[in-house]
Ligand binder design. Structure first.
Ligand code: ATR
Length: 312
């Protein structure tokens, strides 16, 4: 029978058991991480990060904060006032939040978006880990884009992260497809010196020539999140090693279905979510993220989304 030892010094030294949910009580010393978003209750980040923190026995807790746009400045001030250790930022705050911070990193500057805030003794630093997260997910999917043509669909914040990553990976040329032509043209002006961008329309996706020598096709729009059909796409005309990447996470979207029907590699956004989270985790805790634990949490959530859908 294990002896119980309750002397103060031993209690302070005692580490939580690895992987045990009950072993991480919140104490007066527990550091707080979290996510600001609107909406935020669907986020997988709390489950993913809390599992990672527990697995390494780190005395942190990660919480979802529902922050409405008119409260963003106050919420950022609260990071300082409450000494929160780090915060993820999601829709719709990624662009707006930068002006409330003390400094921002290179990728955040290039994308104009911050998804990770680190509190360095009251100084708030913003990073964009979506860029490296996307690049890592591409590597995992076996996409080789160096010197090759890539098709990016959408021209919002998610597309910006993809373009910044593709420039860093030396993609040859990006065809930027968007419903609203002017937004694609604007993005081409903003990031054209970083990566070569040619704007195109959704109707062009039907053209065999567009996908004919593409190494990668990325959907950055939210199309498919609620079961919407994707515009016609000449997937079968792409090279056999072409990777179809959907930033939508945890859904069997029409985009992925069509890529699979054409027997191409089709991946959803879960690896990107994993790797952006792993980079944030490292920035906050200075520890390498336990990828297998985090991936298992995401897989579990994905299968529960599937089951909920099957029941409907
Ligand atoms: P985010 O910052 O998350 O990327 P966003 O800035 O709202 O979000 O951009 C959403 C992208 O999805 C845009 O490219 C948008 O096209 P428009 O620029 O024409 O609005 C695209 N999108 C959203 N709904 C769409 C739909 N039903 N059909 C085609 N594109 C759509």
């Amino acid at each position: 029978v294990a002896r119980r030892d309750t002397s103060k010094s031993q209690l302070q030294r005692r580490q939580p058991r690895r992987g045990s949910p009950a072993a991480s009580p919140v104490t007066g010393r527990t550091k707080i991480l979290g996510i600001f978003g609107d909406p935020v209750d669907h986020s997988s980040s709390p489950a993913m990060h809390n599992a990672a923190l527990r697995a390494l026995g780190l005395d942190y807790v990660y919480v979802a904060f529902h922050v409405r746009p008119d409260q963003l400045a106050t919420a950022v001030a609260a990071i300082r006032a409450l000494d929160l250790a780090g915060i993820n930022v999601t829709v719709p705050h990624k662009q707006e939040v930068a002006r409330h911070l003390d400094s921002i990193g290179e990728e955040a500057r290039r994308t104009g978006a911050v998804n990770t805030i680190t509190n360095r003794d009251g100084t708030l630093h913003g990073d964009n880990t979506d860029v490296a997260g996307f690049a890592a997910a591409l590597r995992e999917a076996g996409a080789r884009v160096r010197g090759r043509r890539v098709v990016v669909i959408g021209a919002g914040g998610a597309a910006r992260a993809a373009l910044v990553a593709l420039g860093a990976l030396d993609a040859g040329q990006v065809v930027l497809v968007n419903r609203t032509g002017e937004r694609a043209a604007q993005l081409a002006r903003d990031l054209g010196s970083w990566v070569a961008i040619e704007p195109a329309s959704l109707a062009d996706l039907r053209s065999p020539a567009l996908l004919g020598d593409a190494a990668l096709v990325v959907n950055t729009t939210s199309l498919g999140l609620h079961g919407e059909r994707f515009p016609a796409l000449a997937a079968s005309r792409s090279p056999h090693d072409c990777v179809f990447f959907d930033m939508v996470y945890g859904r069997h979207t029409d985009f992925l279905r069509r890529a699979r029907a054409a027997q191409r590699t089709a991946v959803d956004g879960s690896a990107m979510l994993l790797h952006q989270g792993a980079r944030a985790f490292r920035l906050w805790t200075k520890r390498a993220a336990p990828l297998a634990v985090m991936r298992a949490v995401l897989e579990l959530r994905k299968s529960s989304i599937d089951k909920a859908r099957d029941r409907r």
